[in-house]
Design a binder for this molecule. Structure first.
Ligand code: AMP
Ligand code: ZN
Ligand code: ZN
Length: 415
C-alpha cells in the first residue's frame, strides 16, 4: 500500500517540481542523491608484488571485495612525476610534457621536483588532469598532494589542495581527506587524490626486498586501513570508489652494476640533464652524431638512442623537452661517472631504483580498486596506466578529454 502510494506521489512531486522549474525532490528518508566519487591513493614505488607481502593486509582485503590487476604498466620513464601526471591525464609523457623528474625547456629553464617555483609554473604542465576535467564540468575536486595539483592548469586548480610537504604525518593527511568526504553532498569533492611516499623512500634506501621496505608497506597499509574505516563510519562505502595505484615499481640496484659515462665520453663536452637509469644527454650544437657514436654499443647494459629512434612502444620521441640522445640502463644498473662512484662508501651497497623499461616486471605498479562502480573479487590482466584517467572519468560520470588511453581497455575493472 505504502509502496503504491509512493509510486504515485513521487512522479507527481517530480511533475510539480518540473513545473516550478526546480529539480525533483527525493523522499526525505533517502536523503539527497549521492553521486559516485573517486578517491585516488598513490603509494609511491609500491611494486605490484608488494600486495603479497605479509604486511599488506588491508590492501588484500580491499582487493577481495574489488579488483586487483596482475600489474599496472607505467609510462616511460618509470619515474615519479611523469607517471603521477600520466595517471591523472591519460597522456604519455611525450604528450603531457613532464618527460622526467629533471628536465630542461628552452623557454622555462630547468624543472626539478624540489623546485617549488617550477612545480607552480603552469607552462610545464600539458594535458588536462582529472581535477580540471571535473572542476570545468561543475564537479569539485580535492588533492592532498599530487604532482601538478599546485599549478594552475588550463586556468583551474582543484577547489581544495595542499602544498607538498614530505614530512606531513599520515594522520593529518587522512583526517583532511575524511573531512572532505564528510562534507555535505552539494559541496563535497567528487574526486580526491592522496599520496604517500614511504615505500619509494625505503625502496631507494634499502632495496625492494629489505625488511625496512616491509615496514614501509605496513605503514601505508595502516594508512589505507584508517581511510577505509573512515569511509565506512561515514556510510560512504557504496559511494566512494577507492583506487590504489603506484607510479612505478622498484628494482634492486648495486654498487657492482655501474655504467661510468666518462669511460666513453668527455663529460665537459655535453650537458647530462638527467642521469639514471635514463640518461638525458644534450650534446653541443652539431655534435649529436659524435656523442651517439661514442656511446652506442659500448656497454652491454646501456641502450643508446637518437631522439626520434626510441622504440615506439616507449612513446618517448615527440616532445621538445626530450634530449637528442637518450640512454637507458638495463634493469638494476646505474648510470654515473667515476667521481660520483668514488664518493660512494666502500663495499657492496644495495639499494633500489626505478625509471627503467616499463615492461620489466620490476617496474610493474600496484593497482587495487573497490567501490560501487568496480567489479567484485576479480583479478584482471596487466594494463597500462594511461587508462586510469578514462576509468576515473567514467566512474564519476565526467566527459573525458581526448587521451592516449580508453575506457574500453579497462572494462574488466568495472562492475
Ligand atoms: P623519485 O625521484 O622519482 O623517486 O621521486 C620521489 C619523490 O618525489 C618523493 O620522495 C617526494 O619527495 C617527491 N614528490 C612526490 N610528490 C611530490 C609533489 N607533489 N611535489 C613535490 N615533490 C613530490
Ligand atoms: Zn615514484
Ligand atoms: Zn623513487
Amino acid at each position: 500500500m505504502i509502496r503504491s502510494l509512493r509510486s504515485f506521489v513521487a512522479p507527481l512531486a517530480a511533475l510539480v517540481a518540473l513545473a516550478l522549474g526546480c529539480a525533483p525532490a527525493r523522499p526525505a528518508a533517502e536523503g539527497p542523491a549521492r553521486a559516485p566519487r573517486v578517491l585516488l591513493i598513490a603509494f609511491d614505488g609500491f611494486r605490484h608484488d608488494y600486495v603479497d607481502r605479509p604486511a599488506a593486509v588491508n590492501l588484500r582485503r580491499l582487493a577481495a571485495r574489488g579488483v586487483r590487476a596482475e600489474r599496472m604498466i607505467p609510462a616511460f620513464p618509470s619515474k615519479t612525476f611523469p607517471n603521477h601526471y600520466t595517471l591523472v591525464t591519460g597522456l604519455t609523457p611525450e604528450h603531457h610534457g613532464i618527460v622526467a623528474n629533471v628536465m630542461k625547456d628552452p623557454v622555462l629553464g630547468t624543472f626539478r621536483t624540489s623546485d617549488t617555483l617550477a612545480i607552480w609554473e603552469s607552462r610545464w604542465w600539458g594535458g588536462e588532469p582529472i581535477w580540471v576535467t571535473a572542476e570545468q564540468q561543475g564537479v569539485r575536486a580535492a588533492s592532498y598532494f599530487w604532482p601538478g595539483s599546485e599549478a594552475v592548469i588550463k586556468g583551474t586548480r582543484p577547489t581544495y589542495w595542499e602544498r607538498y610537504d614530505h614530512e606531513r604525518p599520515h594522520a593529518a593527511r587522512i583526517a583532511q581527506v575524511l573531512e572532505w568526504l564528510a562534507m555535505p553532498e552539494a559541496t563535497a569533492p567528487k574526486v580526491i587524490t592522496l599520496y604517500f611516499s614511504d615505500t619509494d623512500d625505503a625502496g631507494h634506501n634499502f632495496g625492494p626486498l629489505a625488511p625496512q621496505t616491509d615496514s614501509a608497506i605496513a605503514r601505508v597499509d595502516r594508512a589505507l586501513g584508517a581511510v577505509l574505516d573512515g569511509i565506512d563510519r561515514l556510510g560512504l562505502r557504496d559511494v566512494v570508489n577507492v583506487l590504489i595505484v603506484a607510479d612505478h615499481g622498484m628494482s634492486e640496484s648495486s654498487s657492482e652494476r655501474l655504467i661510468l659515462l666518462d669511460d666513453y665520453l668527455d663529460l665537459a663536452t655535453v650537458d647530462v640533464v638527467d642521469w639514471t637509469p635514463v640518461a638525458a644527454i644534450q650534446p653541443r650544437a652539431g655534435e649529436t652524431e659524435r656523442v651517439y657514436a661514442a656511446l652506442k654499443g659500448k656497454h652491454p647494459a646501456l641502450e643508446v638512442y637518437r631522439k626520434g629512434e626510441v622504440p615506439a612502444r616507449l612513446h618517448f620521441n615527440a616532445h621538445p623537452r626530450i634530449t637528442p640522445i637518450v640512454a637507458i640502463a638495463a634493469d638494476g644498473w646505474t648510470i654515473t661517472d667515476r667521481a660520483r662512484a668514488a664518493r660512494r662508501p666502500p663495499g657492496v651497497r644495495i639499494g633500489g631504483q626505478h625509471g627503467y623499461d616499463p615492461e620489466l616486471p620490476s617496474m610493474g605498479a600496484v593497482f587495487v580498486a573497490a567501490g560501487p562502480g568496480i567489479a567484485q573479487g576479480r583479478t584482471v590482466p596487466a594494463f597500462r596506466n594511461v587508462h586510469v584517467y578514462a576509468l576515473m572519468a567514467h566512474l564519476i560520470g565526467l566527459r573525458p578529454a581526448a587521451t592516449d588511453g580508453s575506457i574500453d581497455s579497462v572494462r574488466a575493472v568495472l562492475r
